[in-house]
Design a protein around this ligand. Structure first.
Ligand code: PLP
Length: 421
């Protein structure tokens, strides 16, 4: 059998260097809370392929649904010849997302594509152009979403020019914004928007309820509701980017519910498809339906195999109550992380199975990306797959599949503890 080393050689000769990988081992199979590489080595999965395999890898219902669909038909293009599963996924999005108003949904292939379409819809419906995003935001790697994303390296560097009419406001970042409470942080952001953009020019305010790539930043309580209320008053569209936080990850179906938000539009992807590529925009019917017939779509958006996988993943989340599982993971993992006594740990934060440790140089608030990378590497050497994130690269993030066993969680924590030592 091919080894990871041999594959690495082939990769260097065939795969563009710009596409990186966290680990150098190649995966042979995966399930539940573990991955197995070509050498037969088992990895405990605290990454879920970046918050995708919430239902576990190769989840039984997803596998069965994909098999069944792929034998019937693989693609017709919903814009050419429609099929039921696309409609069913939209119905599920409408039912599961917060917001008691009438909704519509549309399906796409990736998170970035969902974000692009949410912005298209908001601009079309309002007749305005400005989009407000926040410090540390991550919304994708396409041209518009690079503009929406905050961080230069690696996402934007030398890839400009970027799309215009994107404005950045300060985020609530409790560890790093000098003790502002939610209302104060919102006032600071709103002041920037009013002075630098003008309320009447704003088409949309786009925000992750808990920031993902930007560092698992949980805004101070009250920040999101205040921003949402201002957005409504300004006649703009409040878009929650729930691509990473959605589908039970934070202990609710959608993280907006932690603060009682009812976003006008929600973007989803990642955990939605149980590992298959699918994304959606769901929200107020009058916004979604403002767009003319033919104005939204794409060749593969809501592909039937991906829709079958999404329906099976959603059924799995319902039947196993994976929102409760995420809360259970939090109840085990958060205290365990807090219990790692290390002078470099500035904060343990997050919700549900979206938890993180921010690292600083001891006794300062200076980010420590070098140590963060070293701890993560030590985890990898011991068979725990962890990821880092954060504007300063100094956040260790933990995203186990929601079906991970307590035993695998405990084994992961033991490795992490040792990695810190
Ligand atoms: C991953 C992510 C995206 C982009 O999704 P892709 O499927 O990689 O295009 C957008 N927003 C958030 C919050 C994400 O976590």
């Amino acid at each position: 059998m091919t080894s990871s080393d041999e594959l690495h050689k082939r990769r260097v000769a065939a795969v563009a260097r710009g596409v990186g990988s966290t680990i150098s081992s190649y995966i042979a199979e995966a399930g539940g809370g573990t991955l197995t590489d070509l050498e037969g080595r088992e990895w405990i999965d605290f990454a879920s392929g970046i918050a995708v395999t919430n239902v576990g890898n190769a989840a039984p219902r997803v596998v069965a649904a994909v098999r069944e669909q792929v034998e019937k038909f693989t693609h017709t293009c919903f814009m050419v010849a429609p099929y039921e599963s696309y409609v069913s996924v939209c119905e599920q999005l409408i039912e599961l997302t917060p917001g008691s108003f009438e909704k519509r949904a549309a399906l796409f292939n990736s998170g970035a594509e969902a974000v692009e379409n949410a912005v298209k819809i908001a601009r079309h419906a309002t007749g305005r152009q400005a989009v407000v995003v926040f410090d540390h935001a991550y919304h994708g790697r396409t041209n518009l979403t690079m503009a929406l994303t905050a961080k230069n390296m690696p996402y934007k560097h030398r890839f400009g020019p970027f799309a215009p009419e994107v404005y950045r406001a300060p985020m609530s970042y409790p560890l790093r914004d000098g003790g502002l409470d939610g209302a104060e942080a919102a006032r600071r952001a709103i002041d920037v928007i009013e002075k630098q953009v003008g309320a009447g020019n704003v088409a949309a305010v786009l925000i992750e309820p808990i920031q993902g790539e930007g560092g698992f930043v949980v805004p101070a309580p009250g920040f999101l509701p205040a921003i949402a209320a201002w957005t409504a008053e300004a006649g703009a569209v409040f878009i929650a980017d729930e691509i990473q936080t959605g589908f039970c990850r934070t202990g609710q179906w959608f993280a907006s519910s932690h603060e009682g938000l009812e976003p006008d539009l929600i973007t989803t992807a990642k955990g939605m498809g149980g590992g298959l590529p699918i994304a959606g925009v769901v929200g107020r019917a009058e916004l979604m339906d403002a767009v003319h017939v033919g104005g939204l779509g794409g060749t593969y958006g809501g592909n039937p195999v991906a829709c079958a996988a999404a329906l099976a993943a959603i059924e799995t989340m319902r039947e196993l109550d994976l929102a409760a599982s995420a809360r259970h993971i939090e109840s085990i993992l958060k205290p365990a992380l807090a219990d790692i006594s290390d002078p470099g740990i500035a904060e343990v934060r997050g919700r549900g199975a979206m938890l993180a440790i921010e690292l600083v140089k001891p006794g300062t608030d200076e980010p420590d990306p070098v140590r963060t990378a070293a701890v993560s590497k030590a985890c990898h050497e011991a068979g725990l797959l962890t990821l880092t994130c954060g504007t300063y690269g100094n956040v260790l993030r933990f995203l186990p599949p929601l079906v991970i066993s307590d035993e695998d969680l405990d084994r992961g924590v033991a490795i992490l503890r040792a990695a810190f030592r």
